[in-house]
Design a protein around this ligand. Structure first.
Ligand code: KIV
Ligand code: ZN
Length: 503
């Protein structure tokens, strides 16, 4: 059985996708979850890109220890120095250097000849190697590179000390057969390739990122690069959950396994969606709300008789919470902790205290608290920082033909703030009141609302995207059985993130 390494680039390539930016605290939270998930490598960012990127790669390097932490770097000394500086304190540091090798990239983007590219690879991989043992080299746009030239690039990278060779389908142009043929060709023509990991990094422009990556595994690749929920540049990267579950469900076909704890998949997916505010499409394989739903009578009948008639994997395998009634208003902290532990959440006493307070106030409004409700409460435990605003109360007067007014009361540390505003609707009035009392010029970019579970007393989860005075975007989320309250909470949560970032 071949052991396939999972290289997760959610925090680098994934974060490059529109609407998916994360702040430092969120990146660390996500990195810790990726560690729990069992990925082999976390690509934590592109250290040279900005001081903030450098800081977050460094923080992640210090926060996880069971997986390697990589920083991306172009083939340039400054980039490599920044990458090394950011990852050097990691338990397992990796520098990931890349250079484009296709004719179109070399001519129009790099303005370099093939000879220049070859010697830059040798020089910069050797320089990175002088700093760090674990070096990955990526031939950007490899799938559109002349194969004989790609062989030369790989030979130079290996001779200079690369321990992983990454073959990206940067623009998502390839087909599974072509990617497979390319890996076979490289294995036959690059001396020493058997001593390094062969990695693939497939984009999803034609919807084939996962199929291409799997074809490469069949052809001998030993590492796949992917992201949670498949986020990434343009149409995204290969989706981690789809790759992992394909390898697990079709293990005898692929003769391969990963080190992923599949029961952490759903939680990782939800956490990312919760942090970024980017919803998971209902039909998304493995983690979408419909992934295990059987709607038609024939299917339901089959599943009741024998689940395997229509289920090739179980929701439990990927950690989907069971929504049988779990807790209610008389449940205590001990029962809450036990239930959360069976769901795979281990909270500190302080975290448990915060979740318990919210659990109690939810239990006053909702009779049966399900696994999905508990998961939502846990995921929404962020933003307990000093200086953060908290919603105390909101009074709304709204309707057709009357002015929509909102009176909001917030606390910021010991200060109590109160403001009334009129708006085109109850939310517009509430957001205006908050902006005014905090003297902030915040723009609402987008807003969405989803029910966490079914039923009349379902929790509404609101997600807002806010733009601050510098044009930076932040996501805020809020939960309540009252959808106006969850929307105001989401707005306040977004504002807290803006204040934290600008502190
Ligand atoms: O898509 C790509 O080629 C990349 C490289 C930097 C690995 O993201
Ligand atoms: Zn990429």
């Amino acid at each position: 059985m071949n052991r396939i390494k999972i290289f997760d680039t959610t925090l680098r390539d994934g974060e490059q996708s529109p609407g998916c930016s994360m702040n430092l605290t969120e990146k660390i939270e996500m990195a810790k979850q990726l560690e729990k998930l069992g990925v082999d490598v976390i690509e934590a960012g592109f250290a040279i890109a900005s001081p903030m990127d450098h800081k977050s790669v460094q923080a992640i390097a210090g926060a996880v220890s069971n997986c390697s932490v990589a920083s991306l770097a172009r083939c340039a000394k400054g980039d490599i120095d920044a990458a090394w500086d950011a990852v050097k304190d990691a338990k397992h540091p990796r520098i990931h250097v890349f250079l484009a090798t296709s004719d179109i990239h070399m001519e129009y983007k790099l303005k370099m000849t093939r000879e220049q590219v070859l010697s830059r690879i040798s020089e910069m991989v050797a320089y990175a190697k002088s700093l760090c043992d674990d070096i990955e080299f990526s031939a950007e746009d490899a799938s559109r590179t002349d194969w004989a030239f790609l062989v030369q690039c790989c030979i130079n990278a290996i001779s200079a000390g690369a321990t992983t060779l990454n073959i990206p389908d940067t623009v998502g142009y390839s087909t599974p057969q072509e990617m497979s043929d390319l890996i076979v060709y490289l294995r036959q023509n690059v001396p020493g390739i058997e001593n390094v990991d062969i990695s693939v990094h497939c984009h999803n422009d034609l919807g084939m990122a996962v199929a291409n990556s799997l074809a490469c595994i069949k052809a001998g690749a030993t590492q796949v690069e992917c992201t949670v929920n498949g986020i990434g540049e343009r149409a995204g990267n290969a989706s981690l959950e789809e790759l992992v579950m394909a390898l697990r469900t079709r293990q005898s076909f692929y003769d391969a396994e990963t080190g992923i704890n599949t029961r952490q998949i759903y939680r990782s997916s939800k956490l990312l969606s919760n942090i970024t505010g980017v919803p998971i499409p209902p039909s998304k394989a493995i983690v979408g709300a419909n992934a295990f739903a059987h709607e038609s009578g024939i299917h339901q009948h089959g599943v009741l008789a024998n689940a395997q008639t229509y289920e090739i994997m179980t929701p439990a395998e990927v950690g989907v919470p069971q929504n049988t009634m779990v807790l209610g208003k008389h449940s205590g902290k001990h029962a809450l902790r036990e239930k959360l532990e069976t769901m795979g959440y281990e909270l500190t006493d302080e975290e448990l205290e915060a979740v318990f307070t919210r659990f109690k106030s939810l239990a006053d409004k909702k009779k049966n608290i399900t696994g999905s409700d508990l998961e939502a409460l846990v995921l929404h435990r962020r933003n307990n920082v000093r200086g953060a605003c908290r919603l105390v109360s909101h009074v709304i007067n709204a309707g057709d033909g009357v002015p929509n007014t909102s009176c909001i009361k917030l606390t910021r540390d010991d200060e109590v703030l109160e403001e009334v505003a009129i708006g085109s609707g109850p939310l517009d009035a509430s957001f205006k009141a908050i902006n005014r009392m905090l003297n902030m010029d915040i723009k609402l970019e987008s807003f969405s609302l989803n029910a966490v579970t079914d039923g009349e007393d379902a929790i509404g989860e609101a997600v807002v995207k806010l733009e601050d005075e510098h044009g930076e975007s932040y996501t805020g989320t809020g939960l309540s059985t009252d959808i106006i309250e969850s929307s105001i909470r989401a707005y306040v949560n977004g504002i807290n993130k803006i204040m934290e970032a600008n502190a």
